[in-house]
Every structure is written in C-alpha cells, then in structure tokens.
Design a protein around this ligand. Structure first.
Ligand code: BGC
Length: 740
C-alpha cells in the first residue's frame, strides 16, 4: 500500500526542507518515483482520470475509487464528503493514492466576489490578489485543492458570454492580473489555505467568431503572440500549477491535438513544465470535430501531445491500457503524465498529509467569515465604474426624499453572483434594494416597481411599465436597476444583440419622460451597448455582477461613502455593429480623424460615430482630476538606459479620491504595424481635495519591445509618442527617441 510509503517519505521530505533545495527536489522526485513504481498500468491510467462527482455520490462512484480508476474529482462536495471519498481512496483502493479535489473556483467559493471582468476594472492588483486569496482560503477549507482559474482569454467581442471570466482587452493589464490571481490562489496564505491554480483556456478561445461559444478561432501567429499569449506567460512565470487547453482549434487544429501550441508554444516558448489537462471531454470532441476517426485515435493523439489529464470523458482510463499493451502508446509517455499528476498532489500537500486538508470545523469558520465578506466588499466597491454623472447627481442625499427603485434587477440576488457562483447562494446575497435601505435608513421613503419582467420563456409584456412610471412620478429621484440575468452570460451565454435584454430600454425611456432625475445601475457581465441608456440617465454606474456584497457596495457608492475609482478594462461600444472595437488597434492607412466624417475614404462606419461610447481606461469619480504636462527626464533613451516620465495630478474637487493614472506608448515607425496606443504602465494615486502629486513612471527599452517580423520580441530604435492620462482617450502627449 502506497499510503504507508507516502508517510515514510513525507518525514524525509520535511527533513530535506531544512537541508537544501537540491536535496529536497531529489527527495520530492523520489517520493513520486516510489509511488509510480508501485502502480499497475490500469492504476496509472486511473491517475490521469478526472471525473465530475457533482450530485449524489453513488455506490458506483465509490467502486471506481476502490478500483483505482479515479485520480481526481471535480465539484465541491464539502470537506466532510471529500474526506469520506479520500478515506476510500487511501484505505480501500489497492494503491492508496490520494484523490486531488478540483473545482471551478472562479470568483469565490462561498463568499462570491465580483466577476473577474469587474475585478479587472479595479486595476488594483493587491485587491485582486486578496480576492483570489479569499476564494482559496474558503475552497481549501472546503476540501478543494485545485481551481480552474484564472481564465485569461482575451476577447474583444462582448457577444461572447465568457468575456466576464477574464480581465478585458489589454494584454498588459491582463498579464498583471493573471499573475496576481495565480499568486492569490497559490501563495497568499498558509499551506492549508492555498490552492493550486489552472490557467485556461490555452489559447485563443476568446477569439471565437461572432461571440459564439466553442466556435472557430483562427488567429494570426502575430495576434496570438501579441495579444493572447502574454497573460499565459505571466501565469506560467508566476508558477501556475496547471494549464487547461481550450475547446477551440488554433489554425484548424483543436488545442487538445495541437502539437505546435502545446509543445512548441506552451512548453518550449513559455517554459511550462506542469500538468496540462483537457477541457470537458475535449478528447472525444476530436472525433466530433472530425480530426480523429474514433476515441482510440483521440486518446493516442492527446497523450502523445502531452495532455496529461482527461476531464470527464474517461477515455484515458478506458482506452489507454490497451493502447499501451498493443504497443501504440509508449509506457514512458503514460509514466510522464502520471508524474505530472503526482507532482500536483505533492504540491497540494496530499502526499505528505492526505487526510489533513478536510477539516469540517475550519470549513465552518472560514466560509462567509467576516474577514472574507469585508475583502469581497472592498473589491466590489473598487470594481464599479461611474460612467456618467451629469450635474453631480451622485452622490445622493436622500434624507426625507422619496426614491423609486425601478427595474427587474432591483431585488435580484442570484443574478448578482453570475454564472460561476461556486457554492454561493442567492439567499446570502445583499440585493441592491436591501443595500439601499440599509445605507440610507428609515428617513428615506423607498418604493419598488419592477417595470418589466425578464424571462426567456414567458412572453415579455409592457403591462408593468405604467406602474413604474407612476412610481417615478411620485418620487424625487429614480434609481433604475437594469441588466442581464446570470444565465445570459458565462459559458454558452453568447448573445447576438448587445442591447439590454427584453423591454428594459423602453422602460427606461418611459420613466425618463417623467423628467425625474435618474440614476441607472447596470448589473451585467459584459459591455452592453448603453448609448440609449446613457441618454436617458443622468447618472450611470456599471456595477457588473458584483457578488455577495454587491447591493451594499452599490448603495455605499450611491451614498458617497465610497468614491468610485474603477476604470473600464474593456471598450464599451457605441453601436453593436462596431464590434470588435478596442483601443489598441493597429495603425492603418486612411486613418479616421474627427471632423473627417464627410470624407468617405477612412476606416470608419458611415452611419454611426467612430468612437466607442466609453473607451478603455475610462471611469469617473465624485471628484475631478487635473493633469499637468508630461515631463521627461530625457528626450532620448538608449537601449540600456531608462527615462522617467512624470506628470502632476491634482484633485480639484471636494472629496478625496483614487485615480488610476495610465501610461500609453505609440511606436511611430517599426517593421511591423503598431497599435495607435498601448498601455505600458499605470499607477493608482490617492489624492485629498486640493492635493497634487507627481506620478513618475520609468520606461526602459524592454518595455518598448514588440513581436518582430521573426515573431520574436524585438526592440527597434526610433521615435515614440508617450501619453499619460485618465483613460486611453483622454491623455497628455509627449515624445522621445530610442537611440541605437
Ligand atoms: C469549461 C471550463 C471549466 C470546465 C469544468 C468547461 O465546460 O470550459 O472552463 O473549467 O467546464 O467545469
């Protein structure tokens, strides 16, 4: 029984830790080799098998564990249940190898944080890391050791439902966030508070055409290298434990079977040495898409492509042993895959202490703890983006006022925690309606009218609109809460229309007729086209899907207790026909410039404005910031020197605020077309009313590198524009030269 040798080696591993890393590594390898040497071929295939154990744990499932056919389990069943399963693996299976418990802990386990796209709007890496650490602590206490996050797929198409799972359109911001999340999960707490991370979905899934999930993605090599790979590289550099491959194909070859992507790019170029897993049943999908004739071929292709773990299809466990016996798959390839699995189990602490990670008391203390709720509210506040605030309608003072809270999401709970809510429960969510009552107290007279109902299957009618209009007429201020339901985005949540679902825009237009001041709050996981919504609202707050504490956070922003600081990590289109629209597009000829709309020979549409409604990096505050001129320490920079760019930012308003100061660069002449602007740095500054601070950025030649004609990072001397400002579209400009 391996259980015994695990313990024996565990002691020597502990001793080794105090000796030297080399000895530790040798011992760690010895532990893995020792286990590997005791496994039968069938048990090896079992180690590569990852199966969904959601719902009832039937006798059949216990039997699979006893037979050594389950290496890992997916779905959180809690510490008690996982402990029970683990004991069966250790005590009743022949080999006694512990199970690795895995789950989609995407933005929280039980205390649910805002969706990842929302968190990205905070630009606050410490808060994002903290949010991942909270999720890890809760998940670890619940007996989970590995999450399928962070998802880092860059997408420029809000029609894609999964756009909410990643960090927006910019590769630099996405990379920093990817690393913060990996570290948040893997190394923020004690050993027993951390979980292993899986970066996904490698790669290009976010490019799926027309936002249709699982569809065709066909990127150029350059776009792959420039846009899609950087966040994966950042995750790998942050020592992410595992990688999940995408459902999609790259250059016509599904990722599971794509040797170029998995071996050349992921392993060689990015240097990833850990475990690579399929996405859900992507081995049989190979036959579905017609690149293999049957599942034997699929298994052969996948295992030879270093896909080490099979999620859910059970094809490895069913077919691999025979393929090895027939001489079609080398046992060395299987052994290598098993080593990767055992290494994960070792990293998760399961080989040293297989039962020590399932503590029901700790689980009780940890889930929804005060500290976790507080951290979650912190990121919820920081993630909301104020898009419009005419006449300083916000913050609201509502004492002795009548407020009509209108819209189908005013009392929403489940919708606030999104498509991947972990074990989060609707009844644990503070709704916006409840948050407002708590924040403003009994001196404010709140009434509610849903205005319209949103239901995919029921006919949506206009009959509730008059009642909402009446409520608005009777009120001093209207808070409209509009958005989308949780199932409308997330996996499989593609949408063709980017207008708010149902009759919400009609509702808002009818309420606006009353002439009452309107604050609109949007609950959604994607950039909707908010052009008409903004027109009919005096103030507009993007609350995203803000999580368990979402209602409190919205209320604290509306009351002014918290001054909004979020900045959009993704462009909000003016019209849905503009999609894909993103700030860092390449230079072209026939460049559109404002005022040239009469000239048809430009890169713009004839029928709508050229600009998006809200650009990347945009977000207002309850105060105003004035930017001075950019000062450069030198207008020339050599390949091995740096220059400093500084700017004076002044808070000219009446309240304290946090401003995300952004630095962009444009390379004027290069051997490959360059983006009109590319984010290179940012800094969050705290400013009291009237206070000024100099914000200084250091630029090095390395920051100016781009993917050259040879597809490798290249630095070319020449002239650059440098921009610093409050968004990608509101900047001060300067220039410098990079000399040879
Ligand atoms: C998704 C993954 C997810 C997996 C397991 C798949 O359908 O694409 O992102 O981790 O299911 O739930």
């Amino acid at each position: 029984m391996i259980g015994k040798s695990i313990k024996k080696i565990a002691v020597s591993t502990l001793v080794a830790l105090t000796v030297s890393p080399a000895v530790f590594a040798a011992d760690a390898n010895a532990q893995i080799e020792d286990i590997l040497s005791q496994l039968t071929l069938e048990e090896k295939a079992g180690q590569l098998n990852l199966v969904d154990f959601g719902g009832e744990i039937t006798e059949e499932r216990y039997q699979l564990i006893r037979e050594g056919k389950i290496g890992s389990v997916l779905k959180s069943n809690g510490a008690a249940q996982n402990l029970k399963l683990q004991k069966v693996a250790l005590e009743q299976s022949r080999a006694g190898v512990p199970i690795l418990f895995q789950e989609d802990v995407i933005h929280g386990y039980r205390t649910i944080a805002p969706v990842p796209l929302a968190e990205a709007a905070s630009w606050d890496l410490a808060a994002i890391r903290q949010s991942a650490a909270v999720a890890a602590r809760e998940a670890a206490a619940g007996g989970v050791q590995l999450t399928y996050a962070p998802m880092v797929d860059i997408s420029r198409d809000p029609r894609w439902g999964r756009i909410l799972e990643a960090a927006g359109e910019d590769p630099y911001l996405s990379s920093l966030i990817a690393a913060a999340r990996v570290k948040g999960f893997q190394e923020s707490g004690s050993d027993k508070q951390n979980i292993l991370a899986t970066v996904k979905h490698f790669a290009g899934y976010g490019d799926t055409v027309a936002g249709r999930d699982y569809s065709i993605s066909d990127l150029s090599e350059r776009e792959l290298q420039e846009i899609h790979l950087p966040p994966f590289k950042a995750a790998v550099d942050a020592d992410v434990a595992a990688v999940m491959v995408a459902y999609t194909a790259h250059d016509g070859i599904p990722l599971t079977a794509n040797e170029y992507m998995v071996q050349d790019v992921l392993q060689k170029q990015l240097g990833f040495k850990g475990l690579i897993m399929t996405d859900w049943e992507t081995i049989p999908n190979l036959s579905e898409t017609g690149v293999t004739a049957n599942d034997e071929e699929g298994v052969l292709v996948a295992i030879n492509n270093d896909i080490h773990m099979d999620m859910q299809s059970q094809k490895y466990v069913e077919l691999l042993p025979q393929l090895v016996r027939d001489g079609k798959v080398s046992i060395d390839v299987v052994d290598d895959a098993v080593r990767k699995v055992l290494r994960l189990k070792q990293r998760a602490g399961l080989l040293d202490d297989p039962l020590g990670r399932f503590d029901v008391d700790l689980e009780k203390q940890e889930l929804l703890s005060k500290e976790n709720i507080a951290a979650t509210k912190d990121i919820a506040l920081k993630s909301m983006v104020l898009l419009k605030n005419d006449e300083q309608l916000l913050p609201l003072s509502l004492a002795d006022k009548k407020v009509a809270v209108i819209g189908p999401f005013a009392k929403a709970d489940r919708d606030l925690i999104g498509w991947w809510p972990g074990l989060g429960r609707a009844e644990e969510v503070t709704t916006i309606w409840d948050g407002l009552q708590q924040e403003f107290g009994p001196k404010t007279d709140f009434t509610h009218a849903p205005g319209v109902s949103i239901d995919r299957f029921k006919k949506v009618g206009k009959e509730l609109i008059p009642q909402a209009v009446k409520a608005a007429e009777d009120a001093d201020v209207v808070v409209m809460v509009l958005g989308e339901q949780f199932w409308m985005s997330g996996e499989g949540g593609g949408t063709a229309s980017l207008h708010l679902p149902g009759l919400q825009e009609e509702l808002l237009a009818a309420v606006a007729e009353t002439g009452k001041p309107i604050v609109t709050v949007i609950v959604a996981g994607r950039p909707y086209v908010l052009t008409e919504v903004a027109e009919h609202s005096d103030a507009l707050l993007m609350a995203w899907m803000p999580g368990t504490t979402g209602g409190t956070a919205v209320a604290e922003i509306l009351s002014g207790k918290f001054n909004p600081q979020g900045k959009l990590p993704i462009t909000f289109p003016y019209h849905q026909g503009q999609v894909p629209i993103f700030y860092n597009h390449k230079m072209t000829s026939h460049v559109y410039a404002p005022g040239l709309t009469e000239d048809r020979y430009t890169t713009t549409h004839r029928d709508v404005q050229h600009e998006p409604l809200y650009p990347f990096g945009y977000g207002l505050s309850y105060t105003n910031y004035q930017y001075g001129d950019i000062k450069l320490s030198n207008s020339k920079m050599s390949m091995d020197s740096t220059i400093e760019a500084s700017i004076k930012v002044t808070n000219t308003g009446k309240v304290a605020g946090h401003e995300v100061v952004q630095l962009y660069v444009h390379d004027k002449v290069a051997s490959v077309t360059q983006p009109v602007k590319l984010l290179k740095d940012f800094s969050i500054v705290d400013l009291k009313p009237g206070e000024s601070k100099n914000v200084t950025f250091t630029l090095s030649a390395e920051k100016l590198s781009f993917i050259g004609r040879n597809y490798k990072p290249t630095i070319e001397a020449g002239d650059f524009k440098l921009f610093i400002g409050a968004s990608s579209a509101n900047v001060k400009e300067s220039a410098f030269t990079l000399t040879k």
